[in-house]
Design a protein around this ligand. Sequence first.
Ligand code: HEC
Ligand code: HEC
Ligand code: HEC
Length: 100
Amino acid sequence: MNTWKKRAVYTYGILLMCAAFGAVAIAGGQPLKDNACGACHADYSTIMPKNHPDVGKAAACLTCHAQDPAKNEATKFSTEIHKIHQGEKAKLECSSCHAL
Ligand code: HEC
Ligand code: HEC
Ligand code: HEC
């Protein structure tokens, strides 16, 4: 590859990375859709982690795990849910859960 082509490739790569981080920044302000989990998981008992504290009958996860909207920081819960759906067990678009 000649130097100009290489430079073009690097520039393109950097632009792509900016776009990716930009998307995260925007999504940070974005709430979840209604029934974000129930749309795909009808039975919450099947997605309850095995080592989860006993909370009786499985209820919608976010009734307990909603994060403080003022902070908008990652919680252990959101980190875990992102990890699961961004490669570990599934590969979802952000918009599967977030109202973008
Ligand atoms: C667009 C569909 C979709 C949405 C929306 C969705 N999930 Fe999932 N989820 C999946 C798929 C596919 C898997 C991997 C297959 C499986 O384990 O059922 C999965 C797996 C999981 C697992 C792992 C289950 C296991 O096998 O250990 C958990 C926990 C989970 N989801 C929680 C959630 C929560 C909480 C939400 C809402 C914030 C959510 N999911 C929203 C599709 C979805
Ligand atoms: C009735 C309240 C309640 C419900 C409903 C609930 N949880 Fe939890 N969850 C907890 C409590 C309490 C802990 C322990 C928190 C701690 O140790 O800091 C926990 C911990 C967790 C953790 C470990 C990470 C962390 O925050 O400590 C994961 C992952 C998790 N829950 C996933 C789920 C999923 C998935 C659902 C829905 C299927 C769900 N929870 C529903 C109360 C709940
Ligand atoms: C399976 C559902 C799901 C998918 C897919 C998903 N998210 Fe999330 N996200 C959540 C949940 C649940 C929270 C915690 C929200 C709450 O408690 O209000 C969250 C919170 C966030 C936050 C706030 C900080 C944090 O980590 O808690 C950001 C930023 C974010 N998501 C970005 C994204 C981006 C970018 C994508 C796509 C690459 C994405 N999310 C895909 C479920 C999902």
